[in-house]
Write a protein that binds this ligand. Structure first.
Ligand code: PLP
Length: 416
């Protein structure tokens, strides 16, 4: 896979050079070259991210924010550089609007708890959609139960698109939060988030975007979107696991109480009363995942070295090619045929179970994900036990799509 010809791709990316930056891509699995198509679950890491981890522990390891010594100050600066890089990457107004979390799930839990406590009264409504990841369902269910609020769900159609007329019917003056995925992890649908944000704001509701599947595929500009909150995970954007980001507008974050208590989030502590630190530290209790925070900055550098718009264009080409090719396979049913999609091709094959197909593909060195993808309501809607999901990243190639199609044909022959 070293020299990759990308026919029909009008751009000028050197995919072979990009692949060379990912050491894991040259490994073999079950004696076959690895074809990694499970990027929706997590992406592989480029050498510069791996090197940054190594360098941190070799030369800079120290706790941050509290030390006066060289190493502590060095680590603090490096960690805070990532905050600034993320601010620039998503075009936030202030760096203190960038809160480090453990990941998307952690960010949504923080928001549901803290926003719930400050802003939700019995009878208020939270709107989510039919295609949410469990991470964007359960925290809101817990909060609604706690606060006596009501969770409402925007339905979708058979293509896996939100039914916008129903959204407008559900949105009302009791709606306090619309928490919605930017791109569906099991269908690939890109939702009309700007329209949703504008409509929600007109009713006085806030909007949280789950950008876990968007942040590394398309340009995200929080000021242009005017979105109130946005969450994502480092590990899905070529960075390390264990760190993620919650973005929130300054005035909204300031109005929310802390989620967790401990070191770093305080100004003063006595047994009688504690005063809380300012943003962003109010929401960052305890020693964070310093190494991952620093390395997330290296992941942003990697994305910016290619350009998010180039990434979006190339991945769109790959997805279109894969969608076209998969239709050759008899009995394939694509789950999720929205007009606007990104990154994900989910499907089932008549007479086969997704798990069996996944196991056979693995024997050929092809990594896909099978199952409900943490979106059980989506599987129930489409009346399937799960899907086979191929999800793409910038290092995937047309040849890998061909390998997937050939592998699927073989698997089908073996199973039917
Ligand atoms: N939301 C979406 C759309 C996802 O795809 C995922 C992970 O697959 C999550 C939330 C949860 O992300 P994490 O497990 O990194 O917290």
């Amino acid at each position: 896979m070293s020299s990759v010809v990308v026919s029909n791709y009008a751009g000028s990316l050197d995919i072979a050079a990009i692949r060379a930056a990912f050491p894991i891509l040259s490994t073999t699995v079950n004696g076959k070259p690895l074809v990694y198509l499970d990027n929706g679950a997590t992406t592989q890491k480029p050498q510069r991210v791996i090197d940054t981890i190594n360098e941190y522990y070799t030369r800079h390891n120290s706790n941050i924010h509290r030390g006066v010594h060289f190493l502590s100050q060095y680590a603090t600066d490096a960690y805070e550089v990532t905050r600034k890089k993320i601010q620039r990457f998503i075009n936030a107004k202030h760096d203190h609007e960038i809160i480090f979390t453990k990941g998307t799930t952690d960010g949504i839990n923080l928001l549901a708890y803290s926003f719930g406590k400050s802003s939700i009264q019995p009878g208020d409504e939270i709107l989510i959609s039919a295609m949410e990841h469990h991470s964007n369902i359960v925290p809101w269910q817990i909060m609604c139960e706690d606060r006596g609020a009501v969770l409402r769900v925007i339905p979708m159609n058979e293509k896996g698109e939100l039914i916008m007329e129903e959204f407008y019917k559900l949105l009302n003056s009791k709606t306090k939060m619309v928490a919605i995925t930017y791109i569906s992890n099991s269908l690939g649908t890109v939702n009309p988030v700007k329209e949703i944000i504008d409509a929600a704001h007109q009713k006085g509701a806030k909007v949280m975007l789950d950008a876990a599947q968007a942040i590394h595929h398309i340009a995200v500009d929080v000021q242009k979107l005017e979105v109130d909150f946005l969450v994502f995970s480092s590990h899905k954007m070529y960075g390390p696991t264990g760190v993620g980001i919650l973005y929130g507008k300054e005035e909204l974050l300031n109005a929310m109480p802390p989620y967790q208590g401990g070191g770093d989030m305080i100004k003063t502590v006595t047994f009688e009363k504690t005063t809380y630190n300012e943003l962003p530290f109010k929401f960052e209790a305890g020693t964070p995942n310093i190494e991952a925070g620093i390395c997330l900055g290296a992941a942003v550098d990697f994305i910016e070295s290619i350009g998010i718009d180039h990434i979006a264009a190339y991945e769109e080409y790959l997805l279109n090619y894969a969608t076209e090719q998969i239709k050759q396979i008899q009995g394939v049913r694509i789950i999720g045929e929205a007009a606007h999609k990104s990154g994900v091709l989910s499907f089932v094959i008549d007479g086969t179970h997704p798990y069996d197909v996944g196991v056979l593909l693995d024997k050929m060195g092809i990594a896909v994900r099978t199952g409900h993808h943490c979106t059980e309501p989506v599987m129930n809607f489409f009346k399937v036990p799960g899907t086979i999901r191929a999800s793409f990243a910038i290092y995937n190639t047309k040849e890998e799509v061909d390998a997937l199609i050939a592998g699927l044909k073989k698997a089908v022959m073996m199973l039917l």
